[in-house]
Design a protein around this ligand. Structure first.
Ligand code: C2E
Ligand code: CA
Ligand code: CA
Ligand code: CA
Length: 279
């Protein structure tokens, strides 16, 4: 039994070593990618359900590796957060997204908004609000066309610096969304305490609509909540026309999902904007 234990330990140790080596290699590659702008920003439209109008975009980062493989953010955002690379990565995304928004405004799509995902790790930066405002102004986009998406986690860690950040951002005219709303440890009190302008219902609640009755009730409740608090509502992950019908009949304002468009390169989105006349 003793020997067995040692073997197990040995195997485990080897596996840990292998994982660590793999992770370090990935960190090295990611650092290279950030420094050499191998990162690309894709965009996914937000659609006003009633009018079918495209009202905004969400910036979603991609990593295009040397061999052309497109790596999604779920594979590298956590590593970027652990290593601090999230800071230069986020600066790149914000700058790129603002420049792109300016370009689309100039093409005549001048109502478009741009949403950018913010990591909780960024909130510890001392000059974050100033940095963001400088980037927004440098790109010559109006602050009220920019929205920051923060996941619920940030609201739960009721840290004073977070509250301060959110109020300062709002005072500068930028909108604030709670991302992935409903998952995690929702406490509705933060809706009262934070200056939130919109809620994004997590796609796990949209997935099984309209058949799943529990989800239907939850979504209905969130819609009512947003309406009563006068907060904009976005449903994520819409893939079917039935889901749109359900959401529209319950007066959910805005939707996002593969049904309308997958996240696409700036070039492909420009083409979509020029040819899109609603579903
Ligand atoms: P998120 O902010 O919740 O973004 C929505 C994710 O759902 C995106 O995945 C999008 O491609 C995907 N999605 C959209 N519509 C549908 C649909 O109809 N069906 C399905 N199955 N999926 C849909 P993506 O692009 O892989 O991004 C994953 C996460 O990575 C994002 O989740 C966000 O948390 C994070 N992320 C992406 N870009 C950035 C960034 O620039 N900075 C930070 N901090 N995080 C980012
Ligand atoms: Ca988001
Ligand atoms: Ca989300
Ligand atoms: Ca998410």
């Amino acid at each position: 039994a003793k020997d067995n234990g040692r073997n197990t330990y040995h195997l485990y140790n080897k596996a840990v070593h292998r994982d660590l080596a793999k992770k370090l290699e990935l960190v090295k590659q990611l650092r290279y990618a950030v420094e050499n702008e191998e990162l690309v920003v894709y965009y996914q439209p937000k659609v006003e359900l009633l009018s079918h109008r495209i009202v905004g975009m969400e910036a979603l980062v991609r990593w295009i590796q040397e061999d052309g493989t497109v790596v999604g953010p779920d594979k590298f955002i956590p590593i970027a957060e652990d290593t601090g690379l999230i800071i230069p990565l986020s600066e790149f995304v914000l700058k790129e997204a603002c420049k792109q928004l300016h370009h689309w405004h100039k093409l005549g799509f001048d109502d478009l908004t741009m949403a950018i995902n913010i990591s909780g790790k960024q909130l510890h930066l001392p000059h974050l609000v100033d940095d963001i405002m400088n980037t927004v102004h440098a790109a010559q986009v109006p602050a009220d066309r920019i929205e920051l998406e923060l996941t619920e986690q940030v609201f739960i860690e009721n840290i004073q610096s977070h509250t301060h950040f959110m109020h300062a951002i709002r005072e500068n005219g930028i909108s604030l969304a709670i991302d992935d709303f409903g998952v995690g440890y929702s406490s509705l009190s933060y809706l009262k305490n934070f200056p939130v302008t919109s809620l994004k219902i997590d796609r796990s609640f949209i997935n099984d609509l309209p058949d799943n009755e529990d989800d239907a009730v939850i979504v209905q409740t969130i819609i009512n909540l947003a309406k009563n608090l006068n907060i904009q509502l976005v449903a994520e992950g819409i893939e079917t026309a039935d889901q749109v019908d359900f959401l529209m009949s319950r007066e959910c304002g805005i939707g996002q999902g593969y049904l309308f468009s997958r996240p696409l390169s700036a070039e492909n989105i420009t083409e979509l904007l020029e040819n899109y006349h609603g579903l």
